[in-house]
Design a protein around this ligand. Structure first.
Ligand code: FES
Length: 282
């Protein structure tokens, strides 16, 4: 670990009072994990207790204290995926990569992990690679999916790959569609809402691709900011009964066309989301 690199990252976030997650994200993206010395340096330079820095580093699934491969492969082993043969998918991944779950390939290309429910049970078995969801995965598809990951999933044509479906959603209060066909995010019509955070009120377009966290917004929303979402048609606040199990912020519910409910965490940077499809065509 090069202390100068970490110091440059810290400098970039000077004055960003909620910037710990951003700092750790930058370090993780530079090294592929969070080296112990880097965490000590962050604690030292930001004046935060080391235990707090470790608390954040171990709380979020996105962070790793162990070196990871270039591509992170997560295979769901939750109950719904399990009954749809996810153990066979995990076995195919282990065979193709030549490593057991929990390990990294010797060339540092792939890290494989088995995880609990990823929130898209109706579409299992689910495999997530570098944040891209693959649904109803069969062992025979594993070779092709890994080949795509090696190429870079962002470069693969969205129409020909197996990435998970775009959703169409509507407001749970007035049932008006929230889809914005004019404003594309990830090459698909996006989900349009209005949002307020700190002293700002702005429009916000979210990717409708399940598992994508891309968005466009009128203002930059700082990581960790709690955001209130509103329907742009009836102006009701989109707020559900439950809080995020990862960070405690409110979950934002939306009705999925075809039956079901999508819930996303309202905190910028938290990637918790749940999809409960009822009578789905998938
Ligand atoms: S059990 Fe796999 S997504 Fe829920």
């Amino acid at each position: 670990m090069n202390p100068e690199v970490v110091e440059r990252i810290l400098e970039k976030h000077t004055g960003d009072r909620d910037g710990l997650i951003s700092i750790l994200e930058d370090i993780q993206s530079r090294y592929g994990y969070l080296p112990q010395e880097a965490l000590r340096l962050v604690a030292d330079k930001t004046g935060r207790p080391l235990v707090d820095v470790y608390g954040v580093a171990t709380f979020y699934r996105a962070f790793s204290l162990k070196p990871r491969g270039k591509h992170l492969v997560s295979v769901c082993q939750g109950t719904a995926c399990h009954v749809r043969s996810s153990p066979a998918v995990a076995e195919a991944l282990e065979k193709q990569l030549g490593i057991p779950a929990g390990e990294t390939t010797p060339d540092r290309e792939f890290t494989l992990e088995k995880v609990a429910c990823l929130g898209a049970c109706a579409l299992g078995p689910i495999v997530v690679i570098d944040g891209h969801y693959f649904s109803q995965v069969k062992p025979a598809q594993i070779k092709g999916i890994l080949a795509q990951a090696r190429e870079g999933l962002d470069k693969v044509e969205i129409t020909t790959d197996l990435r998970i479906f775009p959703l169409e959603v509507s407001c749970p209060k007035c049932n008006h569609s929230l889809m914005d066909a004019e404003h594309l995010v990830d090459c698909y019509p996006s989900i349009r809402v209005t949002a307020s955070f700190q002293d700002h009120h702005c429009w916000l377009n979210l990717s409708a691709l399940y598992g994508s966290y891309n968005l466009d917004s009128e203002y930059d929303i700082p990581v960790e900011a709690a955001v209130n979402f509103f329907c742009p048609h009836c102006h009701a606040e989109l707020i559900g009964a439950s809080d995020c199990t990862d960070c405690g912020a409110a979950m934002v519910p939306m009705i999925v066309r075809g039956g079901g409910m999508l819930q996303i965490c309202s905190r910028r940077g938290c990637k918790n989301h749940m999809l409960d499809l009822v009578g789905s065509k998938y």
